[in-house]
Design a protein. Sequence first.
Length: 454
Amino acid sequence: MSADREGHIDVGDRWRDVMRRCPPVLALALLAVPSLIPGVAQANGRFPNAQEFHQGPGANRDLMVVRFTFGLAVSVDRGQRWEYWCEDALQYGDGYDPPLSYAADGTLLVALQDGLVSTRNGCTFRRQPDLEALAVRDLAASPDGRVTWAIALTPSTTPESRVARSTDNGLTFEFIGDRFANTVLETIEVAPSDPQRLYASGTIDGAPVLLRSDDGGRRWGRTAARFDGASGVYVSGVDPRDPDVLYLRATATAAPAEMDAGAAGGSGVLFRSDDGGETLRVLLRTGGPMRGFALSDDGRRVWAGGPRDGAWRVTDGGAPALLSAEPVECLRWSAGVLWACRTFERDGPLLLRGDGEGPFVPVLTAAAITGPPPRCPAGTLNRDICPGRWSVVRTTLLRAAVMDASSDRGAVVEVPRPGDCGCHAGGPASGGARWIASLGVWWAARRRRSGCPR
């Protein structure tokens, strides 16, 4: 395992080191696991969905990324072509949804449960040493991408949150300000008009809290905001013109702690504050989870919604109006365009766009994703590992059958029903015997095809 001059660990070297040390059966098992996953949630044990959209800042507007439940779709030419980056390359496991952010030079930062990885080309992924072994819960960047903020949680029985800042495109991070004992911070946002104004949300001893900093994160204070029983408070945006105006999403009904409005299954609520988070008023309520939020560049319009309620628009703080009945999983305003992740339907659109006033139009379908980037050389994860993963994911998105990624002929593999496997996020390993049997069948088939001695 090697590191460059800045101390970044090369993830490709880490994987190759594992492959050298693991016995052949284990190495093949690691490759086989993605193809032995259950029915409806085939891609990684969950229902496939687009979840988050980002566009690079400034001169890097050609860079776009959509986070799915099965990895990332990335475009380097403003949506003309899309390629697939698998979870293995990005060093996170099935069931985890990493926060993303673009830096000023086009570096993509991916927050992990045990650190952070970054890449500029999709072939070489480097771990960030300053945040290694910490759970990075959220990322936020200034509008030009020159400053990136991260919330990190220490892995201990007594939670402690810290805030870190990078001013060199994620090469280094420095911790600033207070240590938050017994606190789990989940989200952070920067005021576009005042980079010294920061907001962070989370829980203190299990109770929802909103924090504010007026000096770039050196000192923080707890606001007087009250959430009327809502949980999973998520700082969604700060007005581009007025740092005192901010928006927060939450789950209006009871939900587990540390769960944001996008993940919970209850009804959603959108709060607005005009005084820096001291008081809140309800702007919108939804019957289902409020997974999407977007804020226009002039701050006059906000959009919010989810898979049950579609997308709603609020202008100048007035009454909500239904913009679209399309079920959405994310919303983002970027470069004069309203982007939406559409709730998954087989062979349907994954990404939509609009002007914020009229209907959405499809932008990306699963059929348009070309697979892992062919430019990556042998020995890189996106070249060696992701093609096998993609063969399973693509079939999951486009057809009902799951294809055997190890077969040149594309043979169909019998897979257990979702309820049998227990491979969904957070589920118990209840189908161990069946999984092992499937792995044995796969291993035997590989031996026969390759002529390996018994």
